[in-house]
Design a protein around this ligand. Structure first.
Ligand code: SF4
Length: 63
């Protein structure tokens, strides 16, 4: 089964790094200033891991 990725909405500061690195999976909601996962399963693992590394508050997790 594919791993599911989540963004902790409490922790996210809306910097947009994850969308820059991996736009197929993460989308920044500019009104809420929070990032959302638009592709929960089956996203490219390598780019999700890069987004995790690029996140300044480490709020992207595998579920
Ligand atoms: S990189 Fe982290 S803090 Fe920045 S928008 Fe994405 S999830 Fe939020």
């Amino acid at each position: 089964m594919a791993k599911r990725v989540i963004v902790d909405q409490e922790e996210c500061i809306g910097c947009g790094n994850c969308e820059d690195v991996c736009p197929d999976v993460f989308k920044l909601d500019k009104d809420k200033e929070k990032s959302e996962v638009v592709k929960v399963e089956g996203g490219p693992v390598k780019c999700i891991e890069e987004a995790m590394e690029a996140c300044p508050v480490s709020c992207i997790h595998w579920e």
